[in-house]
Structure formats: C-alpha cells, structure tokens
Design a protein around this ligand. Structure first.
Ligand SMILES: Nc1nc2c(ncn2[C@@H]2O[C@H](COP(=O)(O)OP(=O)(O)OP(=O)(O)O)[C@@H](O)[C@H]2O)c(=O)[nH]1
Ligand SMILES: [Mg+2]
Length: 561
C-alpha cells in the first residue's frame, strides 16, 4: 500500500497532527494479533487530542491499508476496493477504531461489519488521559440454530486479549464456505434470497413472494429464503432501511446466497446502490421475467421481442461505471448482452434497439397480411388467454391433438401457436394460444409482446382460462380483465372457462359457473370439453348445437402455415 491518504473529517487538524496520523500507515501488526498495545495507545492518544474518532483498516498480513478520521460520534469507512469476494469469504480487512467515551459497539459499527463483511469490528474506548480503555470486538457468525448474526466478545483491555485472530477468522470462513458446500459439484445455479418491501398489506406481499418464488424457479434460480419487509417509509436509495440491509447481507453470507431478487421494480440507482453496499448481484422482478423469456423464446419473433425488451431495460442502467455495471448486466448466469467499454456499449445498444424495432415492424406487416388473408377466407378466430399457468396450452393441445409444451411453471409458452379446429357442418375456426398474463406486467414487456398481443385484435372470441384451484384465482381474473381493458380488447366477446375443476369440489365449480356465466373443464381431460364446445358454437354462430353432434376433437388437427 503506497497511498497515505487520510480519509474523513480532517479539516481543522494541525499539520503536525496530520503527520502523526499519517504515520499510522507505517504500523504493522503480527498477523495473529487483533491489535497491539502500541497501536491501541497510538490511536487513543491521537483521538483524545483531536476529539474525533480515529480508525484504521488492517489487512490479514497486519498492514494498515486505510486511515480514517471521524467526528466525536462516528466514523465512515472509505469505499473499499471491490474485489469480488469468493463464496464464504470475508473481506480480509478488520476495522480498529476509537470511541471517545466508554461506549460499546454502535449500530453503525455492526452495520459496517455486516455489509462490508469485515473480518472484525473493534472499538477501543479512549480514557480521559488518552490511554486505551476497554476494547469491544465483534465478528460475523455462520448459520446457527439460534439465528444469531454476530458475536460480540466480552470487553477486555487491549493488552489482555488472548485470541488467535488468524485461527478464528479462517475457521469462520471454513464454516461460511460449508454453507456453500451443500451445492453439488457443477451446479452453477444462482442461489437467491427474495425480498419484498411494502408499506402495508403483509398478506399481499407474502402471496406476491409465492409467485416470485415460482418465477425464480422457472428461471433456474435456487431460492434460499424469502422475506417481507414492512416499512412506513421506503428508503429512496436502498428501498430497505440500513438495518435490514445489514441483516440481509449477513443472511446471504450465512446461507451461501449470491443473489437478491426484489419483488419491487428497482430504479437503476437503487439496484446499483444495493449491489454496491452488499457486494451481491441484485435484480428485480422485471429482470427475472425477462430472463425467463430469454430462456424460453425460440421463434424469430419471440427472440427479437425479448432482446428488445432486455435492451430497453438495460439502457438506463448503463449510466454507471463499468465495475458496477458488470454486476447488473451480468444478470443471472450472465445471459445479458456481452460487455465492452461503457460508452461503446451505450451506442451499440441504441443502434441495436433501432434495428430490432425495424425488424419487428417488418414482421408485424407480414403478420397483418396473413391475418387479412385469413379474414378474407372468413375463418373465425378464437384466442385462448389467461393468467400464466392457468392451462391455456393444455386446452389447445386437448382440443386440437397437439403437443405444444405445457408445464407447471410460469411462462411455459412464449411462442404461441395457432391451430385449426373443425366443428360440425364443415365449420372451421382458428384457435390460438397466447403468452400468459401476470400481475404488474412490466411496461417494457407489454411493449415487447405488443406484436403478439396485437393478434388478439382479430379474435372473434376470447376464451379466458382461469385456474380455479389457485388460491388467488379472483385476483388473477381481475389482472387479466384489467390488461384486456388496457389493450383495448374489452369489446371482444369473452367466455370465461374455469379450468382444473378436478382439483376443487364439484359444487364450487358449478356455483361459480352459474355466478359468472362460465363453463368449467379439466383441460387435460377431453371428456369434460363438450359443454365448452357447445358454448363456443353458440357464441360464434349464434345458434345452439345440432343434436347430431360429432366430437370435433376426433378430427385431425392441422397446423397452420
Ligand atoms: N389438475 C389439472 N392440471 C391441469 C389442468 N390443466 C392444466 N393443468 C396443468 O397446469 C400446468 C400449466 O398448464 P399449461 O397448459 O402449461 O398452462 P398455460 O396457461 O399454457 O401456462 P403458460 O403458458 O406458462 O402461461 C401444467 O402442469 C398442466 O398439466 C387441469 O384441468 N387439471
Ligand atoms: Mg402455455
């Protein structure tokens, strides 16, 4: 360490004092000692003279790497060089500083210990004569049954401390690393703690976290923990309060997590501040959904739309220096766009966005032509819509003998397909699947999928598939209805289809159907579908089905070009 800069409140100090403070950089400690009597005395004497707190950061080798001056009540640790800490590793620095009176470690001391993952936080009391008084030490704790986050050692005089510092730190690190060790070899999945910060409505937040957990799983993240934070006032910088951020930092260390996922949309600045304060990857729900979309999109359309949405999300977040950027743009498993220098990146992103928008425009034109052809043939269009995971694709598969990918996870479908469905009397319709809806669908995503959703405009009938076995099915229905309105589709006739009837009491399904003028089905079971088909016919052709009905799904389905 060649720098001899003194950080903090140095105004008003005399040149002689500054020189003596600067000399602290020359101090060396035996690596196995937390502090030496000489250094303690040096610190308290100077501190007593200037009536401000005084501190040093010491490396494991025992050299002083930073010297900082505080005010009478506190001390600020300068920004640390951001070396990405390995799994289960502490910072490799301890903070030794003075307190002017006889006071134990403060809240801020413990916050710094946690957030900066310091090896140890030490405060030495300054006696009126300038000699060192009691010394207070604290270190972080690995995951333990009592849920303790740190250990504060009994106060002693610096000369009395019998502790092998290196032995303690290395055994702590081994235990932290063991938390990571649960990970199987070759498992590179991110391990995350999910966080929701709300002013009230704890229940709503818990339910939202359930959904966030599903989203996280769908994107290949291992969820280690999920926490709701109630806050009267949302901290503009960190969203959470400092104290909670501290707990979170320790939690991630104890659980071996490397990612925090927020249910709330983070501003670029918030994401950056939290990431810098905790040295963890930080993403929000939007980014998570984008990530799932990026993994799932397989058609050309889908890929272009997802990339566009990702880049639009990224652009305002590129204002930072590259160091912070890498953690944000790296996203999950670094699936984001590659990294070059920051300026070039911004320009390229803008160019790429422009090109993608042009491509989408062209593709949209092609789609409109196709739709016009279809309309000329006079084929009615039915679109299956609904909350994600409601069973839309399963229904399409059952109706048309198709094998489109359906699975118990959000956003299984990203590239919806269309099929022909034949009714009696040689009537044919086109039936299309859609991307699932979700609450708080981020604006960028609506825009990205506008092209697909635009298809819905030509629908003659919307089948709104609802999973009635879901505890929040009413909220989900409301979300879908609100989105339809937002998309200007509230004029199109809608038939509500209560799905997964096999998972609820028959009476419930029947009552709900009567109440909502709906049909109930079990999408995977074709024998439950005739009433639905009858209703579709009635709505499309304004007639009741002919008595001599044959089963439409016995006809071979045809894929559309
Ligand atoms: N028990 C039961 N499960 C069903 C029923 N219909 C669908 N499922 C299951 O629900 C899950 C979701 O089905 P999908 O058809 O993928 O749902 P989706 O609405 O297309 O979902 P996304 O495309 O992901 O938005 C799958 O595991 C299906 O097997 C049903 O009637 N009963
Ligand atoms: Mg689907």
């Amino acid at each position: 360490m060649t720098s001899t800069r003194i950080y903090g409140h140095i105004t008003g100090l005399k040149p002689g004092q500054l020189r003596r403070i600067e000399h602290l950089y020359r101090r060396r400690l035996p690596p196995e000692r937390v502090i030496s009597q000489e250094l303690a005395r040096n610190l308290t004497e100077l501190s007593n003279e200037i009536k401000r707190q005084l501190g040093v950061l010491v490396s494991r080798r025992g050299s002083v790497v930073s010297v900082m001056v505080g005010d009478p009540h506190g001390l600020e640790i300068p920004p640390l060089e951001r070396v990405r800490l390995g799994a289960g590793r502490l910072q490799g620095l301890r903070c030794l500083h003075t307190h002017l009176g006889s006071e134990p470690l403060s809240k801020d001391d413990l916050t710094d210990l946690a957030i900066l993952r310091l090896d140890m936080m030490v405060a030495v009391e300054t006696q009126p004569d300038g000699l060192p008084g009691m010394m207070h030490c604290a270190h972080l704790l690995p995951n333990n049954p009592a849920g303790k986050q740190w250990e504060v050692l009994p106060p002693v005089f610096p000369s009395q401390l019998e502790l092998d510092f290196l032995k303690l730190i290395y055994s702590l690190e081994r235990e932290f690393a063991r938390a990571q060790g649960v990970r199987e070899l070759g498992d590179h999945r991110d391990r995350a703690i999910l966080v929701s910060v709300v002013k009230s409505d704890r229940l709503g937040a818990e339910e939202a976290l359930q959904e966030l957990t599903e989203l996280a799983r769908a994107s290949g993240i291992v969820v280690m923990d999920a926490v709701v934070q109630l806050r009267q006032q949302i901290d503009p910088k960190y969203l959470l309060g400092r104290g909670k951020l501290r707990e979170l930092a320790i939690n991630t260390l104890q659980l071996g997590a490397d990612l925090i996922v927020f249910d709330q949309e983070l501003t670029p600045t918030q994401a950056r501040s939290i990431s810098e304060a905790t040295d963890l990857k930080v993403i929000d729900r939007t980014q998570l959904i984008l990530d799932i979309f990026a993994q799932r999109a397989s058609s050309r359309d889908g890929k272009i739309q997802v990339e566009l949405a990702q880049l639009k999300y990224l652009l305002p977040r590129l204002r930072t220096k590259e160091s912070g950027l890498s953690r944000l743009t790296g996203g999950i498993g670094a699936r984001g766009p590659g990294e070059t220098t920051y300026e070039i990146q911004r320009r390229r992103v803008r160019e790429r966005i422009h090109r993608l928008e042009q491509q989408i425009e062209t593709l949209g034109r092609e789609r409109r032509q196709k739709r016009a052809q279809r309309e000329r043939k006079g084929m009615p269009v039915i679109s299956i819509i609904g909350y994600t995971n409601a069973g839309k694709t399963t229904l399409l598969n059952s109706l048309t003998h198709s094998q489109a990918f359906a699975a118990d996870q959000p956003f299984a479908t990203l590239d919806p397909m269309s099929r022909r469905l034949r009714f009696p009397e040689d009537r044919e319709v086109i039936i299309t699947d859609t991307v699932g809806f979700i609450r708080n669908l981020p604006k960028d995503l609506i825009a990205a999928f506008w092209a697909t959703l635009e298809e819905l405009r030509s629908a003659d009938l919307l089948l709104h598939v609802v999973d009635i076995s879901h505890p929040q099915y009413e909220d989900q229905m409301a979300t879908v209805e609100a989105l339809l309105k937002e998309l200007g589709l509230d004029e199109t006739p809608v038939l509500t289809v209560f799905n997964k009837q096999d998972k609820v009491a028959p009476r419930l399904a029947q009552n709900l159907c009567r109440l909502c003028n709906a049909v109930s089905i079990a999408a995977h079971d074709p024998s439950t579908l005739p009433p639905l088909l009858d209703r579709i016919q009635a709505m499309l052709w304004n007639q009741f089905p002919s008595p001599k009905r044959h089963q439409p799904w016995e006809e071979p389905a045809e894929a559309l070009p």
